[in-house]
Design a protein around this ligand. Sequence first.
Ligand code: PRP
Ligand code: URA
Length: 212
Amino acid sequence: METFSNLTVLDHPLIQHKLSILRDKNTGVKQFREIVGEIAMLMTFETTRDMPLEDIQVETPVAVTTCRQIAGKKVAIVPILRAGLGMVDGVLQIVPSAKVGHIGLYRDPDTLNPVEYYCKMPTDIDSREVIIVDPMLATGGSASAAIGFIKQRTQGTIKLMCVIAAPEGVRRLAEEHPDVHIFTAALDEKLNDHGYIVPGLGDAGDRIFGTK
Ligand code: PRP
Ligand code: URA
């Protein structure tokens, strides 16, 4: 299998087990939505592994001790609407102080090009590490456009967290945004003629929101 230096595949057994349930076409909306959130929460552990720490003094009931807390930059989560919304609560469960920006993009079904319809970012985004969330990285058009919008507002670190990535999308981001690291639960085989990831899980937005 092709390897990419801009990609980390999170192969933790809990993530892989949950991903199998997502892929199953018989999984219903309620369970699908819950599991997207759970995977996002589990992926956040690795996506934030490089957060810097600083020493602080804490007085326990028994003694004063040196502990460590997160230092410096805080986090902004940016879901790509709609499907990215399904991952936000999972990240917030373990990074509750994160701010949330939104980028509305949909993929034109004929051209597969992203079309922007909404963008609202935290005003202090330039002092935060940005984690873009979207379950699917297919052609990479949506993610690349989202990264472009965010780069107009910050020079800081941007990461992308997705559930399934296609090699085409990973390759495109390596060319257009080599500084952005991608975290995924799976690197799938390819895209089909309609731009869907194979084997994938189908249309993530429709399965999260029950619109098909
Ligand atoms: C899906 C998905 C990504 C995009 C990936 O969204 O959630 O945003 O497609 O495809 P790409 O890598 O080829 O750009 P979609 O456009 O279906 O919109 P939705 O989230 O509103 O369903
Ligand atoms: N968007 C999806 O929701 N699924 C795919 O397989 C590709 C793009």
